[in-house]
Each structure stands twice: as structure tokens, then as C-alpha cells.
Design a protein around this ligand. Structure first.
Ligand code: HXC
Length: 260
């Protein structure tokens, strides 16, 4: 499938999605959001897919935000359609049955950071700059940042970042708990792939189910979240992979998972 504003490559069960509008630092317009949504809809049909990476083209920017030029003449109704499209896109990413890692290779501002927050976790390059500076434009984060950032780092830290439009460098973002790890720019994709290689050795059904339990469960109160865990856990006992994983341990050998 070919796209106008993104590229999608699949190699050995791992998809790499690159936002490709370098002239505007990969800003998100309707086409990018629509193509990303469609790409994830298609990737979810690939049962053999095990992981995905989202990154930005070039060495300067992951995504510098929603396209500000597009928003200039937007009416409130058009803004509603834009925000809904953004939410649909982030939801398509967040609900992938496989882990999705954001490789933040430069600016991740506004909608760009919101896109990264919809991924399972974020690795950043040392030159990355992250923030939700929308209030500089007299607007506020609308692609999920008010909710996902608050849930990730707590609402008071999210408020400080959003109210002040502070831009964090990669090490500061690490300290704030927004990114998991920071690498030299040349090492970023290699580090993401190394982590994915580790994940690929684990039981795919277990990874898929635990992602869902964590994502859905952390939005619930503790009792309901624990109940979701307890109710989902027995499902894994119906898989070939559980039999193989336990057997391999007892036979002191590496497990060969088949994803069933
Ligand atoms: C449209 C953008 C853009 C954006 C950069 N560009 N960010 N175009 N939307 N978000 C364009 C610039 O206009 C410029 O085009 C080109 O990309 C290069 O950018 P420069 O500003 O020349 O680069 P630099 O001086 O290095 O500054 C980089 C930057 C700055 C700090 C990232 O571009 C910037 O502040 N961008 C806006 C960041 C932002 O506010 N993001 C949040 C957007 S609101 P020309 O034609 O001049 O070469 C948002 C809302 C989400 O995300 C929710 C919506 C519902």
C-alpha cells in the first residue's frame, strides 16, 4: 500500500511507519491522520505482525505538531472534525494488538507528542525536544494529550507542562517520566529494534493480552482492574504458547512460540 505522507515498511514481523512531510517538520494534517489510521487498520489484519515503530523522516523532527496552517481558518465545526480524526487515529494506534514504540528523533511537539503518547512507550534521541506548547497559539492539546499525559505523569505535572508550554529536552523528558530511554541520534532506531527483538522472543499472545489488560485496566478503579486481570489470565492457558513456554522452562531450553 502506498501513501502520500507516510511510508510503511514491514520486515520480519515488524512494521516501521515514518511520517514523511519534512518541509513542515512532519506536521499532522488531515491526510497524515487519515493515512496513519488506514495504515493501522491494515496492519491489524496482519496476524503475523509482532511490533511497530513510529518515527519521523529526517533528523530534525518526529512530528512538530498538528499543521498550524491548516488550523488557521478552521471553524469550530471543522475543528471538531479535525479533533475527532486525531482521536480516531490515536485510538487506532493505541488499540493495536502488538506493541507500538515511538522513536522520537527530534521535535515531538503538540500533536506530535500526543501521537507518541498513544504508543506503548517512547524512546528518544538526545536531540529530541518534547512538549505540549498549544497554549502559545491560544488553543490547548486536542489529540489526547490532556488525558494521556495526565495519566502517564500525573495531572499536576501535566498541568505545569501544558500551562507553561515548556519544551523539555530528552533528558528532562526522561526525568519527567515521559520517555523511557534516551540515545545518541544514530543509535535510536537500533535501540528500539533491540528492545523489539527482546519482545519478539516472548509469547505473542501473552504480549497482546497483557497490553490490553494494562491499557484498559489502568483506566479503571483498582478492584475492576484486578478483576480484568484475573478474568483475562485464564485465557492464556488455552494457548499452545503457554504449553510450550512452561514445557521449555522445565526442559531447560528456549521456548519456540508460534503465536497461538
Ligand atoms: C505547520 C510547521 C509546524 C507545524 C513547523 N512548521 N512546525 N508548519 N505546522 N506544527 C514549518 C514552519 O512553518 C517552517 O515552514 C518549517 O516547518 C520549518 O520550521 P522552522 O520554524 O523554520 O524551524 P525551526 O526554526 O527549527 O523551529 C522548529 C520549531 C518551530 C521550534 C519546531 O517550527 C515551531 O515552534 N513549530 C510549531 C510547534 C507547535 O507549536 N506545535 C504545536 C502545534 S498545535 P517554512 O515554510 O517557513 O519553511 C497542535 C495541536 C494538536 O499540535 C491538537 C489539535 C486538535
Amino acid at each position: 500500500m502506498s501513501y502520500e505522507t507516510i511510508t510503511v515498511g514491514i520486515e520480519a514481523g515488524v512494521a516501521t511507519i515514518t511520517i514523511n512531510r519534512p518541509k513542515v517538520l512532519n506536521a499532522l494534517n488531515e491526510t497524515v491522520l487519515t493515512e496513519l489510521t488506514k495504515a493501522f487498520r491494515d496492519l491489524k489484519k496482519e496476524a503475523s505482525l509482532r511490533a511497530a515503530i513510529i518515527t519521523g523522516s529526517g533528523d530534525k523532527s518526529f512530528v512538530a505538531g498538528a499543521d498550524i496552517a491548516v488550523m488557521q481558518e478552521m471553524t469550530p465545526l471543522e475543528a471538531k472534525a479535525f479533533v475527532d480524526l486525531g482521536h480516531k487515529c490515536m485510538h487506532a494506534i493505541e488499540t493495536a494488538f502488538f506493541p507500538v514504540i515511538a522513536a522520537v528523533n527530534g521535535f515531538a511537539l503538540g500533536g506530535g507528542l500526543e501521537l507518541a503518547l498513544a504508543c506503548d512507550f517512547i524512546y528518544a534521541s538526545k536531540n529530541a525536544k518534547l512538549g505540549l506548547p498549544e497554549v502559545n497559539l491560544g488553543i490547548f492539546p486536542g489529540f489526547g494529550g490532556t488525558q494521556r499525559l495526565s495519566r502517564l505523569i500525573g495531572k499536576n505535572k501535566a498541568k505545569e507542562l501544558i500551562y507553561t508550554a515548556k519544551i523539555l529536552n530528552a533528558d528532562e523528558a526522561l526525568g519527567w517520566g515521559i520517555v523511557n530511554s534516551v540515545y545518541e541520534p544514530a543509535d535510536l532506531l537500533g535501540a528500539v529494534k533491540k528492545t523489539i527483538d527482546t519482545i519478539l522472543k516472548k509469547g505473542p499472545v501473552a504480549i497482546s493480552l497483557v497490553k490490553r489488560v494494562i491499557n484498559d485496566g489502568t483506566d479503571l478503579d483498582l478492584t475492576s482492574g484486578l478483576s480484568l486481570e484475573a478474568l483475562t489470565f485464564p485465557v492464556i492457558f488455552s494457548t499452545e504458547d503457554k504449553k510450550e513456554g512452561v514445557k521449555a522452562f522445565l526442559e531447560k531450553r528456549e521456548a519456540k512460540f508460534i503465536g497461538r
